[in-house]
Design a binder for this molecule. Structure first.
Ligand code: FAD
Length: 387
C-alpha cells in the first residue's frame, strides 16, 4: 500500500456542514434585515408640527418645529422642551441684571479691575457686543447700564427724579460708561473692567443670543424646519410644514412687523409689514412698549452713549421733531446680530443709521410716526431690506 501521500479524506475530521449552513442562514438574515432597515431609512416619513411656549428673561418665548416625525414617542418632544427651557434658564441665570446672583450682577457689583470669571455664554455675548460697539462707532454700548437704570428702564430703576436731577446725574454718570473700559477673554472666559464703577446691561443682545442657542439645540436634535421667538426677536430655519405631509412644504415662515403705535401694554396695532423668513433672523427695537413720560415728553429705553441721554432728549431750545423714530427692524443670519444692530440703529437714527447699515450690508427698516392723519407712518429701508 503506497504510503499515504495524499490526504485521504475518509478518516480526516469532516468540516461540520451544518456549521456552514448556519453561517449561510445568518448571512442571509443579516442581508434581509439590512435591506428592511435601508428601506425604512429611505422611506419618506410622515411629518407633523410641534410647538412649545414659556417664559424667559422677563418675557415670553415660542418654538415651533415643522419636521417632527409622526409617531415619535411623546417623551421625545417632552425631552426637547426640557432642554430648551434649561438652556434659556441657564442664560437668564448668567446674564440677568434682575437677579442679584447672576454673574453679570456679580461682575457689576464687583469693584475689582482683575479678570472676573464668567461662563462661555456670557463671554461670547460680551465679545459680540464689543464687536458691534466698534462697528457702530459706540452707538451700541452695553456699559450704559447705570444710565438705563437712572432713566427708569433697567432692573435697578430710579423713577422719582425730576428732569433737572436726571440731567445733572446723566452728565456725571456719563463719565463712568464706555465700552473702551471693558475687556473680554474667551479662554478661559472672563471679563475685565478698567474702572471699578463699570456696569453692563445685556438686554439689547442677550435675547437674540438666546434665540440662536435654541436654534442650535434644535439642529443638534435633527430639526431643520423651525421658528424660535423670544420677546419679539425671531429666527426661522427651513420652511413651515403642514401635518401629515412627507416633507415640509415650501410654505415660508411669515413674520409680522407691528405698526409702531402706542397702544395699551397688551394691545396690538396691526401689522406694518409681513416678511417671509427663510434661514434668517429678525429683531425689532421700538419706542412704543418700554417708555416713560417726564414733563409730557416720552422717553424710550434707548440711551445714546455719546450724550448719555435717551435718544428723544432735546437740549434747551432744540425744536421738537415733526416725526419720531418709532421702530427699527433688522434682518440678519444670526439673531444676536439682528438684536444688537436694531438697538444701535435706533440710537443712530435714519441718516447715520442708513449710512452704517449700507456700509456693513445690514438689512434695516426704519418706521417713523408722522403727525399726518393720511400718512401716519413713514418707512425707509436699506437697499438689502425686502421692498
Ligand atoms: P431692545 O430694543 O432689544 O434693547 C433695549 C434695551 O437695551 C434697553 O432696555 C436697555 O436695557 C438697553 N440699551 C439701551 N440703550 C442701549 C445702547 N445704546 N446700547 C446697548 N444697550 C442699550 N425684564 C424684566 O422685566 N424682568 C426680568 O426678570 C428680566 N430678566 C432679564 C434677563 C436677561 C438675561 C435679560 C437680557 C433681560 C431681562 N429682562 C427682564 C429685560 C427684558 O427681557 C428685555 O431685555 C428688555 O425689556 C428690553 O427688551 P427689548 O427687546 O424691548 O429691548
Amino acid at each position: 500500500m503506497s504510503p499515504k501521500t495524499s490526504i485521504d479524506h475518509d478518516d480526516q475530521p469532516q468540516p461540520n456542514n451544518s456549521f456552514w449552513d448556519i453561517i449561510r442562514y445568518v448571512v442571509i438574515i443579516i442581508f434581509v434585515a439590512a435591506g428592511i432597515l435601508y428601506y425604512y431609512s429611505q422611506k419618506p416619513r410622515l411629518l407633523t408640527a410641534q410647538e412649545t411656549q414659556g417664559m424667559t428673561m422677563g418675557t415670553d418665548y415660542s418654538v415651533k418645529v415643522a419636521d417632527f416625525v409622526k409617531g415619535t414617542g411623546s417623551d421625545v418632544w417632552k425631552n426637547i422642551k426640557t432642554q430648551i427651557q434649561q438652556r434659556l434658564d441657564g442664560i437668564d441665570r448668567a446674564m440677568s441684571t434682575y437677579r442679584a446672583d447672576s454673574e453679570v450682577s456679580r461682575f457689576n457689583n464687583s469693584d475689582s479691575t482683575d479678570w472676573f470669571d464668567v461662563s462661555k455664554d456670557t463671554a461670547e455675548v460680551v465679545k459680540t457686543a464689543l464687536e458691534i460697539s466698534r462697528l457702530t462707532e459706540g452707538a451700541f454700548d452695553i456699559t450704559v447700564a447705570p444710565l438705563v437704570d437712572l432713566w427708569g428702564f433697567g432692573a435697578n430703576q430710579q423713577s422719582d427724579l425730576t428732569i433737572k436731577d436726571l440731567e445733572e446725574k446723566t452728565i456725571r454718570i456719563k463719565q463712568i460708561i464706555g465700552y473702551d473700559k471693558l475687556e473680554v477673554r474667551l479662554q478661559p472666559p472672563a471679563l475685565k473692567k478698567s474702572i471699578p464703577e463699570l456696569r453692563i446691561d445685556l438686554s439689547a443682545i442677550a435675547k437674540g443670543y438666546a434665540v440662536d442657542c435654541v436654534a442650535v439645540l434644535l439642529e443638534e436634535n435633527g430639526f431643520t424646519n423651525f421658528m424660535v421667538e423670544i420677546g419679539g426677536e425671531v429666527c426661522c430655519r427651513g420652511y413651515k410644514g403642514s401635518s401629515g405631509t412627507y416633507k415640509t412644504t415650501s410654505q415660508d415662515w411669515i413674520i409680522g412687523i407691528e405698526k409702531p403705535f402706542i397702544v395699551s401694554s397688551d394691545g396690538f396695532s396691526g401689522l406694518q409689514r409681513k416678511l417671509s423668513l427663510v434661514d434668517r433672523a429678525l429683531a425689532t427695537s421700538g419706542d412704543y412698549q418700554n417708555y416713560r413720560e417726564i414733563n409730557d415728553v416720552r422717553y424710550s429705553h434707548f440711551i445714546d452713549p455719546r450724550t448719555g441721554f435717551p435718544t428723544e432728549y432735546l437740549t434747551a431750545g432744540e425744536p421738537k421733531p415733526i416725526e419720531r423714530l418709532a421702530s427699527v427692524s433688522v434682518l440678519t443670519e444670526r439673531c444676536v446680530y439682528a438684536d444688537a444692530w436694531a438697538t444701535a440703529l435706533f440710537v443712530l437714527g435714519e441718516h447715520k443709521g442708513l449710512e452704517l447699515a449700507e456700509k456693513h450690508g445690514i438689512a434695516v427698516l426704519f418706521l417713523f410716526r408722522t403727525e399726518q392723519k393720511d400718512h401716519p407712518i413713514r418707512e425707509t429701508v436699506s437697499t438689502t431690506f425686502p421692498k
